[in-house]
Design a protein. Sequence first.
Length: 424
Amino acid sequence: MNKVLEVAKKAKIATRSILALDSSHKKELLEEISKDILIKKDGILEANSLDVHNAIENNLPSPLIERLKLDQQSLEIISNDILNVADQNDSLGLTVEKRKLKNGLELSKKIIPIGVIGVIYESRPNVTIDIASLCLKTNNVCILRGGKETINTNLYLVNIIKNVLRKFNLSEDIVQYIGDTSRDSIKELLQMDDYVDLIIPRGGSQLHELCKTISKIPVIIGGFGVSHLFVDRTANIEKAINVIIDSKTDKPSACNSLDTLIVHKDIIEDVFIKLAPEINKYKLNTYCDELTRKMLLKKGVNSNLIFKMTEETLNTEWLSLSINVLILESTEKVVSHILNHNAIHSDSILTEDIDNANYFVDHIDSAAVYVNCSTRFTDGAAFGLGAEVAVSTQKIHARGPMAIDSLTSYKWVGKGNYLCKSNK
């Protein structure tokens, strides 16, 4: 039997057994996985070290290598995130709406799992744990298909989860992993509409386009988008610099990391004099126009860090220590620019003007829009949601960090007294 087909069939069968898992047992199960992550940290780090070594040998881009690395601290964060998921409220089985019709029909709307969720992702091994824990919490079965660059880490992590499932006398098919890292395995998975209920691709635009083009299964797109931050003329510049640096350097490889900084023309002198040392300190590759280049050089920015800004760079999700710097003269022009440059993920305004803040929030059409906040907050854990399967950048079903509520659906339950619709 085709390997992907076998995985999909097993996943569908496993949906029957996971339905019986109640809230208390799910909490115990997740707590055990959290504990085992730390107990088996040496094995995880050894597998991860092999992946990092292979990535370096294969000359993979440094941002990608950075995303696949794990260490003691990151494993503690992963373990804690599992506990946060375990502590989240469980809405499965709850009735969220009731109505009784004149004909005697009693209707109720009940929260249920989606079923089998396939997630295709690339270089972040923590995603393996995030997806599995959220799916277990919501009684969903998951099929994971990670990238070849993290194959050893992912297989080790999945094996930990499967061992815990067996400890709890549950089917290990509740969490499935496709070890075939070829493009063909993705294409095959996207055709499994008889067995898989939802596909979530976490990756670049090519992966998204492939899924949208050939998938027979409903797709929720997550991850890609150019993030902007606008420093308005009324902003507190001292505080604004801190937010700019946090947005760009806290985790440059993250999808919510700042890509384009826009500064109001009335405050460029004051902003650039404070921004210039930070550009040098963090070695930020800065893309700008000729006027901005001259101003930054005058403020002491290293000339080796300044590059020509183009339409291509303005549409680039950097995922690295690179940034566009743009000068504009009004909130309206800023909004127009952002809407024309892949603004679907995270965008922020720093301002003391409530009217400008409201205009920005009302007109920017991204999954997350901020006032006086770093773009780095677009994250399931940062939102207090425990973790996330992805950050959805579309508008149907789920938008923003997809956590527990986003992984559920509902069904209508009707009750009557041998009720017939016809009046015959």
